[in-house]
Design a protein around this ligand. Structure first.
Ligand code: SF4
Length: 373
Protein backbone atom coordinates (compact mmCIF):
# COMPACT_ATOMS: atom_id res chain seq x y z
CA UNK A 1 0.00 0.00 0.00
CA UNK A 2 1.28 3.45 -0.85
CA UNK A 3 2.78 5.28 2.16
CA UNK A 4 2.90 2.13 4.32
CA UNK A 5 4.63 -0.83 2.62
CA UNK A 6 7.56 1.27 1.39
CA UNK A 7 8.13 2.52 4.95
CA UNK A 8 8.39 -1.05 6.27
CA UNK A 9 10.93 -2.39 3.76
CA UNK A 10 13.40 -4.66 5.59
CA UNK A 11 16.23 -4.17 3.09
CA UNK A 12 15.98 -0.38 3.37
CA UNK A 13 15.88 -0.71 7.17
CA UNK A 14 19.10 -2.77 7.16
CA UNK A 15 20.69 -0.17 4.88
CA UNK A 16 19.70 2.62 7.25
CA UNK A 17 21.03 0.59 10.19
CA UNK A 18 24.41 0.32 8.41
CA UNK A 19 24.45 4.08 7.77
CA UNK A 20 23.64 4.75 11.44
CA UNK A 21 26.42 2.37 12.54
CA UNK A 22 28.87 4.17 10.28
CA UNK A 23 27.73 7.61 11.50
CA UNK A 24 27.87 7.15 15.28
CA UNK A 25 30.89 8.27 17.22
CA UNK A 26 31.91 5.09 19.09
CA UNK A 27 33.39 7.11 21.96
CA UNK A 28 30.09 8.58 23.10
CA UNK A 29 26.53 7.57 23.98
CA UNK A 30 23.38 8.83 22.24
CA UNK A 31 20.30 8.91 24.49
CA UNK A 32 17.26 9.69 22.39
CA UNK A 33 13.75 10.03 23.80
CA UNK A 34 10.81 9.09 21.61
CA UNK A 35 8.10 11.24 23.18
CA UNK A 36 5.13 9.52 21.60
CA UNK A 37 3.54 6.17 22.44
CA UNK A 38 3.03 5.50 18.73
CA UNK A 39 6.81 5.49 18.28
CA UNK A 40 7.27 3.32 21.38
CA UNK A 41 4.90 0.81 19.82
CA UNK A 42 6.71 0.88 16.45
CA UNK A 43 10.12 0.48 18.14
CA UNK A 44 8.94 -2.62 20.03
CA UNK A 45 6.95 -4.08 17.17
CA UNK A 46 9.75 -3.85 14.61
CA UNK A 47 12.65 -4.46 17.01
CA UNK A 48 14.31 -1.16 16.08
CA UNK A 49 16.50 -0.98 19.19
CA UNK A 50 18.09 -4.28 18.07
CA UNK A 51 19.10 -2.68 14.76
CA UNK A 52 21.01 0.12 16.48
CA UNK A 53 24.60 0.22 17.76
CA UNK A 54 24.91 -0.43 21.52
CA UNK A 55 25.74 3.21 22.22
CA UNK A 56 22.41 4.45 20.80
CA UNK A 57 19.78 4.13 23.49
CA UNK A 58 16.09 4.81 22.94
CA UNK A 59 14.25 6.16 26.00
CA UNK A 60 10.48 5.95 26.16
CA UNK A 61 8.68 9.20 26.89
CA UNK A 62 5.29 10.14 28.37
CA UNK A 63 3.37 10.36 25.09
CA UNK A 64 0.83 7.59 25.65
CA UNK A 65 -2.50 9.32 26.42
CA UNK A 66 -3.99 6.78 28.82
CA UNK A 67 -0.64 6.19 30.56
CA UNK A 68 -0.35 9.80 31.73
CA UNK A 69 -3.92 10.02 33.00
CA UNK A 70 -3.61 9.87 36.80
CA UNK A 71 -5.74 7.53 38.90
CA UNK A 72 -7.58 10.51 40.43
CA UNK A 73 -9.00 11.47 37.02
CA UNK A 74 -10.35 7.94 36.45
CA UNK A 75 -11.81 8.01 39.97
CA UNK A 76 -13.59 11.28 39.11
CA UNK A 77 -15.07 9.74 35.96
CA UNK A 78 -16.26 6.67 37.90
CA UNK A 79 -17.84 8.90 40.55
CA UNK A 80 -19.61 10.86 37.83
CA UNK A 81 -20.97 7.69 36.21
CA UNK A 82 -22.09 6.09 39.48
CA UNK A 83 -23.42 9.09 41.42
CA UNK A 84 -25.13 11.19 38.75
CA UNK A 85 -27.02 8.70 36.59
CA UNK A 86 -25.27 9.82 33.42
CA UNK A 87 -24.22 7.87 30.35
CA UNK A 88 -20.43 8.18 30.39
CA UNK A 89 -18.72 7.67 27.01
CA UNK A 90 -15.01 7.20 26.41
CA UNK A 91 -12.39 5.40 24.34
CA UNK A 92 -11.73 1.67 24.80
CA UNK A 93 -8.29 1.88 26.43
CA UNK A 94 -9.52 4.35 29.04
CA UNK A 95 -12.03 1.77 30.26
CA UNK A 96 -9.25 -0.60 31.40
CA UNK A 97 -6.99 1.81 33.29
CA UNK A 98 -6.80 0.73 36.95
CA UNK A 99 -8.44 3.16 39.38
CA UNK A 100 -8.70 3.26 43.19
CA UNK A 101 -10.11 0.34 45.17
CA UNK A 102 -9.41 -2.24 42.46
CA UNK A 103 -11.94 -0.51 40.19
CA UNK A 104 -11.75 0.60 36.57
CA UNK A 105 -14.41 2.11 34.33
CA UNK A 106 -14.96 -1.37 32.90
CA UNK A 107 -15.53 -2.86 36.37
CA UNK A 108 -17.84 0.04 37.28
CA UNK A 109 -19.79 -0.77 34.11
CA UNK A 110 -20.02 -4.42 35.18
CA UNK A 111 -21.43 -3.21 38.50
CA UNK A 112 -24.23 -1.37 36.71
CA UNK A 113 -22.94 2.08 35.74
CA UNK A 114 -23.96 3.17 32.22
CA UNK A 115 -20.49 3.49 30.70
CA UNK A 116 -20.11 3.08 26.95
CA UNK A 117 -17.12 2.62 24.67
CA UNK A 118 -16.99 4.96 21.66
CA UNK A 119 -14.69 5.12 18.65
CA UNK A 120 -14.90 8.89 18.32
CA UNK A 121 -16.17 11.97 20.09
CA UNK A 122 -18.91 12.18 17.42
CA UNK A 123 -20.25 8.81 18.66
CA UNK A 124 -20.79 10.36 22.10
CA UNK A 125 -22.72 13.27 20.59
CA UNK A 126 -24.90 10.81 18.66
CA UNK A 127 -25.67 8.92 21.88
CA UNK A 128 -26.81 12.23 23.43
CA UNK A 129 -29.06 12.92 20.43
CA UNK A 130 -30.51 9.40 20.62
CA UNK A 131 -31.17 9.64 24.38
CA UNK A 132 -32.72 13.09 24.97
CA UNK A 133 -34.02 12.11 28.42
CA UNK A 134 -30.55 11.07 29.67
CA UNK A 135 -27.51 13.18 30.50
CA UNK A 136 -24.50 12.12 28.41
CA UNK A 137 -20.87 12.94 29.31
CA UNK A 138 -17.90 12.43 27.01
CA UNK A 139 -14.78 11.63 29.08
CA UNK A 140 -12.24 13.31 26.79
CA UNK A 141 -8.56 12.41 27.05
CA UNK A 142 -5.49 12.71 24.87
CA UNK A 143 -2.91 15.04 23.38
CA UNK A 144 -3.34 17.63 20.62
CA UNK A 145 -4.41 14.93 18.13
CA UNK A 146 -7.73 14.19 19.85
CA UNK A 147 -8.40 17.73 21.06
CA UNK A 148 -9.82 19.24 17.80
CA UNK A 149 -12.56 16.56 17.48
CA UNK A 150 -13.60 17.32 21.08
CA UNK A 151 -13.75 21.04 20.24
CA UNK A 152 -15.82 20.23 17.14
CA UNK A 153 -18.47 18.29 19.07
CA UNK A 154 -18.80 21.01 21.70
CA UNK A 155 -19.44 23.53 18.93
CA UNK A 156 -21.87 21.13 17.28
CA UNK A 157 -23.68 20.54 20.58
CA UNK A 158 -24.04 24.32 20.90
CA UNK A 159 -25.44 24.59 17.36
CA UNK A 160 -27.88 21.75 18.07
CA UNK A 161 -28.77 23.27 21.47
CA UNK A 162 -28.19 19.85 23.05
CA UNK A 163 -28.93 20.42 26.72
CA UNK A 164 -28.14 16.84 27.78
CA UNK A 165 -24.52 16.74 26.56
CA UNK A 166 -21.27 17.74 28.29
CA UNK A 167 -17.55 16.95 28.23
CA UNK A 168 -15.18 16.02 31.07
CA UNK A 169 -12.05 17.56 29.58
CA UNK A 170 -8.62 16.03 30.26
CA UNK A 171 -6.74 17.10 27.14
CA UNK A 172 -3.01 17.65 27.66
CA UNK A 173 -0.23 19.43 25.76
CA UNK A 174 2.97 17.95 24.34
CA UNK A 175 5.39 20.93 24.39
CA UNK A 176 4.69 21.61 28.10
CA UNK A 177 5.51 17.99 28.96
CA UNK A 178 8.77 18.15 26.96
CA UNK A 179 9.75 21.30 28.86
CA UNK A 180 8.97 19.54 32.13
CA UNK A 181 11.20 16.61 31.17
CA UNK A 182 14.11 18.93 30.41
CA UNK A 183 13.52 20.90 33.62
CA UNK A 184 13.68 17.58 35.54
CA UNK A 185 17.10 16.69 34.15
CA UNK A 186 18.67 17.75 37.49
CA UNK A 187 16.91 14.82 39.17
CA UNK A 188 19.68 12.34 40.14
CA UNK A 189 17.56 9.46 38.72
CA UNK A 190 17.17 11.19 35.34
CA UNK A 191 18.88 9.86 32.22
CA UNK A 192 20.49 12.73 30.33
CA UNK A 193 18.67 13.18 27.02
CA UNK A 194 20.60 14.17 23.89
CA UNK A 195 17.67 14.58 21.50
CA UNK A 196 13.99 13.90 20.86
CA UNK A 197 12.07 11.98 18.22
CA UNK A 198 9.09 14.35 17.94
CA UNK A 199 5.52 13.08 17.68
CA UNK A 200 3.84 12.43 14.34
CA UNK A 201 0.11 12.98 14.66
CA UNK A 202 0.41 15.69 17.32
CA UNK A 203 2.74 17.60 15.01
CA UNK A 204 0.29 17.46 12.10
CA UNK A 205 -1.97 19.60 14.32
CA UNK A 206 0.44 21.92 16.13
CA UNK A 207 3.13 22.13 13.40
CA UNK A 208 6.91 21.76 13.58
CA UNK A 209 7.29 25.46 14.46
CA UNK A 210 5.92 24.75 17.94
CA UNK A 211 9.22 23.08 18.93
CA UNK A 212 11.50 25.91 17.84
CA UNK A 213 11.40 27.76 21.18
CA UNK A 214 12.06 24.51 23.05
CA UNK A 215 15.08 23.66 20.90
CA UNK A 216 16.53 27.17 21.25
CA UNK A 217 16.08 27.11 25.03
CA UNK A 218 17.40 23.62 25.80
CA UNK A 219 19.78 23.09 22.87
CA UNK A 220 18.47 19.59 22.16
CA UNK A 221 17.57 18.58 18.59
CA UNK A 222 14.01 17.49 17.79
CA UNK A 223 13.29 15.44 14.67
CA UNK A 224 9.58 14.90 13.95
CA UNK A 225 9.01 11.39 12.60
CA UNK A 226 6.18 9.32 11.16
CA UNK A 227 5.11 6.09 12.84
CA UNK A 228 6.51 3.58 10.35
CA UNK A 229 9.80 1.83 11.15
CA UNK A 230 11.80 3.55 8.39
CA UNK A 231 10.47 6.93 9.59
CA UNK A 232 11.85 6.23 13.06
CA UNK A 233 15.20 4.91 11.76
CA UNK A 234 15.61 7.96 9.50
CA UNK A 235 14.80 10.30 12.42
CA UNK A 236 17.40 8.55 14.58
CA UNK A 237 20.00 9.05 11.84
CA UNK A 238 19.06 12.74 11.53
CA UNK A 239 19.36 13.19 15.32
CA UNK A 240 22.78 11.52 15.38
CA UNK A 241 23.98 13.73 12.52
CA UNK A 242 22.84 16.84 14.41
CA UNK A 243 24.48 15.71 17.64
CA UNK A 244 27.76 14.87 15.85
CA UNK A 245 27.96 18.34 14.37
CA UNK A 246 26.86 20.15 17.54
CA UNK A 247 23.61 21.36 15.99
CA UNK A 248 20.29 21.65 17.81
CA UNK A 249 17.49 22.25 15.31
CA UNK A 250 13.93 21.22 14.59
CA UNK A 251 13.92 18.91 11.59
CA UNK A 252 10.93 17.30 9.97
CA UNK A 253 11.26 13.73 8.70
CA UNK A 254 7.45 13.41 8.39
CA UNK A 255 7.14 15.92 5.54
CA UNK A 256 4.33 13.93 3.96
CA UNK A 257 2.00 15.12 6.76
CA UNK A 258 3.59 17.80 8.96
CA UNK A 259 3.94 21.49 8.04
CA UNK A 260 5.64 24.23 10.01
CA UNK A 261 2.30 25.91 10.83
CA UNK A 262 0.37 22.69 11.41
CA UNK A 263 -3.35 22.51 10.84
CA UNK A 264 -4.64 26.07 11.28
CA UNK A 265 -8.29 25.05 11.12
CA UNK A 266 -7.87 22.49 13.92
CA UNK A 267 -5.90 25.02 15.98
CA UNK A 268 -8.70 27.58 15.48
CA UNK A 269 -11.34 25.16 16.76
CA UNK A 270 -9.27 24.47 19.89
CA UNK A 271 -8.61 28.16 20.56
CA UNK A 272 -12.31 28.90 20.24
CA UNK A 273 -13.40 26.25 22.77
CA UNK A 274 -10.49 25.71 25.18
CA UNK A 275 -8.15 27.73 27.38
CA UNK A 276 -5.07 26.77 29.40
CA UNK A 277 -5.34 25.30 32.87
CA UNK A 278 -2.91 26.80 35.38
CA UNK A 279 -1.62 23.31 36.15
CA UNK A 280 -2.55 19.68 35.64
CA UNK A 281 -1.53 16.52 37.45
CA UNK A 282 0.12 13.97 35.13
CA UNK A 283 0.80 10.39 36.08
CA UNK A 284 4.57 10.14 36.38
CA UNK A 285 5.34 13.82 35.88
CA UNK A 286 3.26 15.22 38.75
CA UNK A 287 1.80 18.72 38.49
CA UNK A 288 2.92 20.44 35.29
CA UNK A 289 2.12 24.14 34.81
CA UNK A 290 0.16 25.23 31.71
CA UNK A 291 0.12 21.66 30.40
CA UNK A 292 -3.59 20.98 29.86
CA UNK A 293 -6.80 22.53 28.60
CA UNK A 294 -10.16 23.36 30.10
CA UNK A 295 -13.39 24.47 28.47
CA UNK A 296 -13.83 28.24 28.12
CA UNK A 297 -16.52 29.93 30.27
CA UNK A 298 -18.53 30.71 27.11
CA UNK A 299 -19.17 26.97 26.80
CA UNK A 300 -19.76 26.33 30.52
CA UNK A 301 -23.03 24.52 29.87
CA UNK A 302 -21.01 21.79 28.13
CA UNK A 303 -18.40 21.53 30.87
CA UNK A 304 -19.10 18.41 32.96
CA UNK A 305 -16.50 19.51 35.53
CA UNK A 306 -18.64 22.57 36.38
CA UNK A 307 -22.02 21.01 35.76
CA UNK A 308 -21.45 18.11 38.17
CA UNK A 309 -18.91 19.82 40.45
CA UNK A 310 -16.39 17.06 39.70
CA UNK A 311 -13.65 17.02 42.31
CA UNK A 312 -10.09 15.73 41.95
CA UNK A 313 -7.80 14.09 44.48
CA UNK A 314 -4.24 12.88 43.89
CA UNK A 315 -3.96 9.12 44.36
CA UNK A 316 -0.62 7.30 44.46
CA UNK A 317 0.07 4.44 42.01
CA UNK A 318 0.18 0.84 43.20
CA UNK A 319 3.29 0.38 45.38
CA UNK A 320 4.85 -2.15 42.99
CA UNK A 321 4.20 -0.10 39.84
CA UNK A 322 7.09 1.76 38.20
CA UNK A 323 4.93 3.61 35.65
CA UNK A 324 5.95 7.00 37.04
CA UNK A 325 9.67 6.30 36.55
CA UNK A 326 9.05 4.77 33.12
CA UNK A 327 7.02 7.77 31.96
CA UNK A 328 9.85 10.09 33.01
CA UNK A 329 12.33 7.92 31.10
CA UNK A 330 14.19 6.95 34.29
CA UNK A 331 13.43 3.21 34.09
CA UNK A 332 12.57 0.59 31.49
CA UNK A 333 9.56 -1.76 31.62
CA UNK A 334 11.69 -4.79 32.54
CA UNK A 335 13.00 -2.86 35.60
CA UNK A 336 9.57 -3.31 37.20
CA UNK A 337 9.49 -6.37 39.45
CA UNK A 338 5.95 -7.34 38.45
CA UNK A 339 6.40 -6.85 34.69
CA UNK A 340 5.06 -9.88 32.81
CA UNK A 341 4.16 -11.77 36.01
CA UNK A 342 1.55 -10.03 38.15
CA UNK A 343 1.15 -7.30 35.51
CA UNK A 344 0.24 -8.32 31.94
CA UNK A 345 -1.98 -6.76 29.24
CA UNK A 346 -4.82 -9.09 30.34
CA UNK A 347 -4.43 -8.04 33.98
CA UNK A 348 -2.77 -4.60 34.01
CA UNK A 349 -1.64 -3.31 37.38
CA UNK A 350 -0.52 0.04 35.99
CA UNK A 351 -1.55 2.28 33.11
CA UNK A 352 1.56 1.56 30.99
CA UNK A 353 0.34 -2.02 30.51
CA UNK A 354 -3.10 -1.02 29.16
CA UNK A 355 -2.74 0.67 25.80
CA UNK A 356 -0.74 -0.73 22.89
CA UNK A 357 1.14 2.59 23.04
CA UNK A 358 2.13 2.02 26.66
CA UNK A 359 5.80 1.09 27.08
CA UNK A 360 5.08 -1.99 29.23
CA UNK A 361 2.34 -3.32 26.94
CA UNK A 362 4.51 -2.78 23.84
CA UNK A 363 7.49 -4.56 25.40
CA UNK A 364 5.35 -7.42 26.66
CA UNK A 365 3.38 -7.89 23.44
CA UNK A 366 6.42 -8.11 21.18
CA UNK A 367 8.62 -10.01 23.63
CA UNK A 368 11.43 -7.45 23.53
CA UNK A 369 12.11 -7.90 27.25
CA UNK A 370 13.36 -11.41 26.51
CA UNK A 371 16.37 -9.80 24.86
CA UNK A 372 17.00 -7.62 27.90
CA UNK A 373 15.36 -4.40 26.54
S1 SF4 B 1 4.77 -3.64 34.43
FE1 SF4 B 1 2.77 -2.99 35.17
S2 SF4 B 1 3.10 -2.45 37.29
FE2 SF4 B 1 5.11 -2.51 36.31
S3 SF4 B 1 5.49 -0.40 35.61
FE3 SF4 B 1 4.53 -1.49 33.92
S4 SF4 B 1 2.35 -1.06 34.17
FE4 SF4 B 1 3.30 -0.54 36.13
Amino acid sequence: MKYIAEFRDGELARGLAKTIAATVNPTREYRLMEFCGGHTHAISRYGLQDLLPANVRLIHGPGCPVCVLPIGRIDSAIALATQHDVILCTYADTLRVPASGGLSLLKAKAQGADIRMVYSSADALRIAQDNPSRAVVFFAIGFETTTPPTAAIILQAQRLQLANFSVLCNHVLTPAAMVHIMESQQDPAAVAIDGFVGPAHVSTVIGSGQYEGFVARYQRPVVIAGFEPLDVMQAILMLIQQINTGRAEVENEFTRAVRRDGNRKAQGLCEQVFELRDRFDWRGLGEVPLSALKIRPEFAQFDAELRYQVGYAQVPDHKACECAAILRGHKRPADCKVFGTVCTPDHPLGACMVSSEGACAAHYTYGRFRGGG
